[in-house]
Design a protein around this ligand. Structure first.
Ligand SMILES: [Mg+2]
Length: 264
């Protein structure tokens, strides 16, 4: 397969960053992304991290390259700032997104209360608050988070616009219309790069929305991705790498580039 990759959307933790490995970053992967950037491709990190946590991650893991855009908290779209700070909202998406969430959490009060009650009574997990509002849940194990998402699936039947993003033992409440895939679609619209020229890679539940083929025609995952992600990537005729983390992302990029990153 030989296609042009104009936009690269990568998850951060568990995809580019291998927390328990040494080195944490795969040098070949970072080098290839940098090379593609120099040849005109754009790179966005698409993460559950907030802007601040992503910035500290880029610093902590000593990334030698900078993303062109960042999609954060599984929903917001940022571009480099033209007036001071590092990043600024790209268009009015983040405002519309915040508005939709304010309305959702208002109308879904009873669903939220049921979930918080369940978490507090039936699990050792912790509800995380952002100011007065419940933002998500941190479980003590993957099994415990399985039980929590099962419960959430039951109670959201009556309120389908109420959804969640799960990444390992972390869960964030959200509006069903906002996820990594939707944020990627908005970026793709803003910079006018079609789905056919977008590569995306991720490893966990919260990545499925950008790997199911709707918003990126070249979805991929490293070998360490969970089965649900591998299934989504296969169904979308994407690439499941044999190598883990960054080495797997590099392998997938080369697959779609037909082995020659610099041919174009
Ligand atoms: Mg991840």
């Amino acid at each position: 397969m030989d296609r042009k990759i104009r936009l690269i959307s990568t998850d951060f933790d568990g995809t580019l960053v291998a927390h328990d490995s040494d080195p944490v970053l795969d040098p070949g992967c970072i080098e290839l992304i940098g090379q593609l950037q120099r040849h005109g491709a754009l790179w966005t990190i698409n993460t559950g991290r907030s802007v601040e946590l992503l910035e500290s991650g880029l610093l902590d893991f000593e990334f030698p390259i900078r993303p062109d855009f960042i999609l954060t908290s599984e929903r917001d779209v940022f571009r480099p700032s033209h007036n001071g700070g590092k990043w600024e909202p790209f268009g009015d998406w983040n405002d519309r997104c915040a508005q939709a969430h304010a309305e959702l959490f208002n109308s879904a009060q009873s669903v939220l209360t049921e979930i918080i009650d369940f978490v507090n009574r039936k699990t050792k997990a912790r509800v995380i608050y952002l100011g007065p509002a419940a933002e998500g849940v941190v479980a003590t194990s993957e099994e415990e988070m399985d039980r929590i998402t099962e419960f959430v699936e039951q109670v959201r039947i009556g309120q389908p616009e109420f959804n969640y993003q799960r990444n390992t033992i972390y869960l964030r409440f959200c509006h069903a219309d906002y996820h990594k895939g939707a944020a990627l679609a908005e970026l793709s619209r803003l910079i006018n790069i079609p789905r056919e020229e977008i590569f995306a890679a991720g490893d966990h539940h919260n990545d499925v929305s950008m790997l199911d083929g709707r918003f990126a025609a070249m979805p991929a995952c490293p070998a360490n991705a969970i089965d649900q992600v591998k299934d989504a990537v296969r169904s979308a005729r994407g690439y499941v790498a044999e190598r883990e983390f960054g080495a797997g992302v590099r392998e997938a990029l080369l697959h779609f580039l037909n082995g020659d990153a610099l041919k174009r």
